[in-house]
Design a binder for this molecule. Structure first.
Ligand code: SPV
Ligand code: MN
Length: 638
């Protein structure tokens, strides 16, 4: 009885606190959602962060407009000449995901393994709480509700984001499905993901915009037990958009407990004969061709970054967690990326980040069709051709990781099933890294386990500008998901292997490599060749084309590719090109296996035994082939 009374008193106090923090209008909006856990969360963090004002977004057109206007009023975005277009800058040193300061808050006794950055929960919580204390003073706080995955679906995860950045709130409106109604519908019980973000104190940057000042206090701390993530003193999307890579970490942990997969994967529909569409998911580390694959001709865009996969009625089905695109803009031109190019020129809502603002309030980015202007304003401030930074480094017109944000509806190839609550059935899974020397352009694995281990878990990529640090270093990146893993790598791989249980027809697993180079150091593939690889994979998942069995998997036959090159690209595909591209490079493949074995022995906790077995077997097949044919073997010899 006493306990009940105390609980009641506590609840009353909490509601009083909310009334103090929110004005009547906003309070009335909040209590339209009947969810005690939500009130506890909002009450606790409004108290700690101490914003001047709180705004509750109910997803009504007026509320969404309020956020758009706030982004301009708060000088986080500035309007461009084209209607709906705005520009945003992140600070000069805040241009990518900060891996070093992204940490899991782990309770005593939990070990996520050496590859995953963690901090003792008590210590980390203390630190982040002290950083967050009064951090929103002088700012308005936005409360936003979203749904990961389609609403009203077995995949849906409701989320609540609180942020003092109207740019973050605005971006999320473009990128995620609105969730106020969903949270209302789900009522009191559903556990939701929670995100607290503050950009912290701001400082003036170019074009009158403001950026985070206290980068040294940039932190992204993840609490898996309470499914809550804190992000402070940063604006860059990968660090701040709760629903993106922050939620992916929570989802991987939840998925591991519930036997499904949360993946860093695109979803595409590939056209086959007579109007058939077959769905593929694909994992590519950042800047390895994921978005360009999803916007190819003859491909429908289901998603470009994050997919959930579940076994529903013995079929593997997938949904796009998002509804928008936060894409890399560098190199986008009318010839290579006509779909994105067209979308970027429509008068729809688009946020350009870290590009160059030109004199006529238009934008320029590295690799755009025309030559760069002489002057402008970018993330480094006033800019002119030839500008160098303090360290003498060239400042290009846009940052390499500059991006655009829009709703997928801006694209002409949006897949029609994108909001299907049951998702789409996955026919194939593609793994592709940035690999100049080893993998052939496209290859099918022997089966699920072989593919999961020698393709997915073996993914390596040469580093890019999407994360802070040195570029061009070959790094191990299983399923391109390493940066986001919230469970030990061995466990994650084991989950993938076991995901095949009770499935009627398993998807086929493929590898692709868009970055293979020849002896002269030049790329062996044209930018659009991937269209041909996709068509080939589409035939393979329906068993409509033969392939050559090699020690590493099934490779395409020349004559099939020749036909496809003609049909897809009107290109006369030469035998010599085929041999150059598909020659099995045995020494490179063997060293890759050695590298992997070493990683799995020394850097991964609890590597499943099967991983070693499958890699050793592949090694033996390669050794035998080398004895018979030598180091470099044309597929036609097999
Ligand atoms: C990636 O880097 O994989 C992205 C952009 O999709 S970020 O939001 O930074 O993760
Ligand atoms: Mn990504």
């Amino acid at each position: 009885m006493r306990i009940k009374l105390r609980k009641k008193q506590h609840e009353t106090k909490m509601m009083q606190n909310l009334k103090k923090r929110l004005n009547k209008k906003e309070y009335d909006k909040l209590v339209q959602v009947s969810n005690k856990k939500l009130y506890v969360f909002i009450s606790k963090y409004t108290e700690l962060c101490n914003p001047d004002k709180v705004f509750v977004c109910t997803d009504s057109p007026e509320d969404i407009q309020y956020i758009r206007d706030a982004a301009i009023r708060n000088r986080e975005e500035a309007k461009l000449a084209t209607k709906g277009h705005t520009i945003h800058f992140d600070g000069y040193f805040d241009q990518a995901r900060d891996k070093k300061n992204t940490k899991f808050l782990v309770p005593k006794g939990v070990n996520l393994g050496p590859e995953i950055n963690a901090i003792d929960k008590e210590e980390g919580t203390k630190e982040i709480n002290s950083i967050m204390k009064n951090i929103m003073k002088g700012h308005e706080l936005y409360i936003k509700f979203f749904c990961l995955g389609p609403t009203n679906s077995k995949f849906s995860i409701p989320c609540v984001q609180i942020t003092d950045s109207s740019y973050v709130a605005h971006s999320e409106d473009l990128l995620y499905r609105q969730g106020f109604k969903e949270i209302q519908r789900l009522g009191n019980d559903k556990t939701f993901f929670k995100f607290v973000h503050s950009q912290g104190e701001l400082v003036g940057a170019g074009a009158g915009l403001l950026v985070s000042k206290n980068i040294e206090k940039r932190r992204i701390y993840i609490d898996l037990e309470d499914e809550i993530i804190f992000s402070t003193n940063t604006q860059y999307g990968g660090n701040t958009l709760g629903l993106k890579k922050l939620a992916l970490r929570l989802a991987i942990n939840r998925a591991s407990k519930e036997n499904w997969l949360a993946e860093h994967m695109l979803i595409i529909g590939v056209s086959g004969p007579s109007g058939r569409i077959s769905y593929f998911t694909g994992a590519f580390p950042s800047m390895c061709g994921k978005t360009s694959t999803a916007t190819l001709k003859n491909v429908t865009m289901g998603g470009d970054d994050i997919a959930y996969l579940k076994n529903l009625n013995k079929k593997i089905r997938t949904v796009n967690v998002e509804k928008g695109l936060f894409g890399i803009i560098e190199g986008i031109n009318s010839n290579d990326d006509p779909l994105i190019w067209k979308a970027l020129h429509k008068p729809v809502e688009i946020i350009f980040s870290n590009v160059l603002l030109t004199e006529n309030r238009a934008v320029y980015w590295n690799g755009k069709d025309d030559n760069p202007p002489e002057i402008g304003v970018n993330h480094s401030g006033e800019w002119c051709l030839g500008k160098k930074d303090k360290d003498g480094k060239d400042v290009t017109p846009s940052h390499k990781n500059a991006r655009f944000t829009f709703d997928l509806r801006a694209l002409d190839n949006l897949d029609q099933n994108v909001n299907e609550p049951m998702g789409v059935e996955v026919k194939g899974i593609i793994y592709g890294g940035r690999d100049s020397s080893t993998w052939v352009p496209v290859e099918e694995s022997f089966d699920w386990v072989h593919g999961t281990i020698t393709k997915g878990s073996a993914l390596e990529s040469e580093t890019t500008a999407a994360a802070l640090g040195k570029e061009g270093v070959r790094v191990f990146n299983p399923m391109s998901n390493l940066d986001f893993l919230s469970i030990p790598i061995g466990k994650y791989i084991d989950n993938h292997i076991n995901f095949s249980a009770n499935v009627d027809q398993l998807p086929k697993i493929f590898s692709v490599n868009y970055f293979l180079k020849g002896k002269d150091g030049n790329f062996l593939n044209g930018k659009n060749d991937k269209q041909v690889w996709l068509r080939w994979m589409e035939f393979r998942v329906h068993d409509e084309v033969d392939a050559i069995k090699t020690p590493t998997g099934y490779m395409p036959r020349y004559r099939d590719l020749k036909l496809l090159f003609e049909e897809e690209l009107e290109k006369d595909y030469q035998k010599e090109a085929y041999i150059n591209q598909f020659t099995l490079r045995i020494p490179e493949n063997l060293s890759k296996i050695d590298r992997l074995l070493d990683i799995f022995q020394t850097r991964v906790l609890d590597t499943p035994k099967l991983v070693f077995e499958v890699l050793e077997k592949q090694k033996r097949r390669l050794d035998e082939a080398r004895d018979r044919f030598g180091d470099y073997v044309s597929p036609e010899e097999f």
